[in-house]
Design a protein around this ligand. Sequence first.
Ligand SMILES: O=C(O)COP(=O)(O)O
Ligand SMILES: [Mg+2]
Length: 231
Amino acid sequence: MSAYQQINTVLFDLDGTLLDSAPDLAQAVNQTLTAMNKATFPEEQVKGWVGNGANVLLKRALSGSTELTANICAEELQQAHQLFKQYYAACLSEKSVLYPDVRMTLISLKQVGYKLAIVTNKPGQYMAPILSAYGLTGLFDLVVAGDCLPVRKPDPAPLLHACEVLGSKIEETLMVGDSKNDILAAKAANMAVAGLTYGYNYGEDIRISEPDLVLDNISELLNSLACKVNA
Ligand SMILES: O=C(O)COP(=O)(O)O
Ligand SMILES: [Mg+2]
């Protein structure tokens, strides 16, 4: 019997969980920095700055560090935002790819009646074009984007909001993510959580955050939720 038999709702993180978006994010960040006459960074470094939404990503890029050591003036940040929005909107599905088995897993879960949602820190304006570009439109009952509420993951509010809108109980819901922000948010919401070993977690092993389940490939969810999927 599956330990997750009661689960009827799965909340997915986007960046680093469903979509390897770092190449396009890095390109847009570097185009922004170039337009502002600033030094660019290798993709691997930008990858380590993804996870807390576009605003924090740009602050990290402008200060050249995860810890936001430099003082960034509001004007400079606003300029970076304007540029980034244009550049990222123009390239968001150029080099990004879905991780292995993502579509198949989502379709399988949808087919057997799971409610599916995305809970991402990414701003909402990019969601419809991304879902469309990767053939995911219509698979999700709800998208809670990073600018939907005043707070983002690791705050539990976006996960609780998703449960409320979907009419799902917390104990019937599983969060799936690649970052400690996902694990912390789920734990704070008292929700079960699966952590992926790939993706972007500031270079840290996801096991350190102690998710209830550890997955190397998203399709392993089908086994973990075996009762319903194989019924
Ligand atoms: O945009 C980000 O910084 C992270 O987005 P995610 O919450 O989907 O990982
Ligand atoms: Mg993520």
